[in-house]
Design a protein around this ligand. Structure first.
Ligand code: 5GP
Length: 200
């Protein structure tokens, strides 16, 4: 009988407002991947559903998860905590599914320190001006929050060299195609593949 091949983990990072969510939504239309639902202490935005977009927690609940070592990584971003519940990621990978972590830079670093085989994809805006325009037009954040996110975005862009791949979000369709191509290429790597074939 075939031995199940373990899934791979892909980090999809990039500044707030760059369009990661929209690109992933497109990708999920054609790919069966496990989207890791993060825990956060920020308030839900309009239309966000608890357990679907995030697990919305109090600071106390979030701290309890840290204490129980239930998070693969966690970080503070724009005044709130965000973290990846570990258990579901491992269950999905054990079941042979690829996992997508839509997380920011500090979290990406923690995951890669613990699991260096993780593949990192950075989503970049076509230009700085375009990112500013998108963040302002999203209309979901107060002006001081937008300014905070833009400062953070500058830091993320300056550190994009840490990632394995960069996808520029010119159009959602093209960006989703490029992410899909990266997933495909990673599954065609020689390392691991040969072992996979010999085990069968
Ligand atoms: P937002 O508040 O716009 O939903 O997310 C803010 C930032 O936090 C985004 O860059 C998003 O990718 C990141 N983020 C979401 N979930 C997590 C998580 O579990 N861990 C970390 N480190 N960052 C996250």
């Amino acid at each position: 009988m075939d031995k199940k091949v373990r899934g791979k983990t892909f980090i999809v990072a990039g500044p707030s407002g760059v369009g990661k969510g929209t690109i992933l939504k497109k990708l999920f239309e054609t790919h069966d991947l496990y989207y890791s639902v993060s825990a956060t202490t920020r308030d839900p935005r309009e239309g966000e559903v608890d357990g679907v977009h995030y697990h919305f927690l109090s600071v106390e609940e979030f701290r309890a998860m840290i204490a129980e070592d239930a998070l693969l990584e966690h970080a503070e971003y724009a005044g709130n905590y965000y973290g990846t519940p570990k258990r579901y990621v491992d269950e999905a990978m054990d079941a042979g599914r690829d996992v997508i972590l839509e997380i920011e830079m500090q979290g990406a670093r923690q995951v890669c320190a613990k699991r260096p085989e993780t593949i990192r994809i950075f989503i970049a805006p076509p230009s700085w001006e375009e990112l500013e325009r998108r963040l302002v037009n999203r209309g979901t954040d107060a002006p001081e929050k937008i300014a905070q996110r833009l400062r953070q975005a500058r830091v993320e862009l300056e550190n994009a060299g840490e990632y394995d791949y960069m996808v520029v979000n010119e159009t959602v369709e093209k960006a989703a195609e490029e992410v899909a191509a990266i997933l495909c290429a990673e599954h065609c790597r020689v390392d691991g593949r040969l072992e996979e074939i010999l085990k069968k």
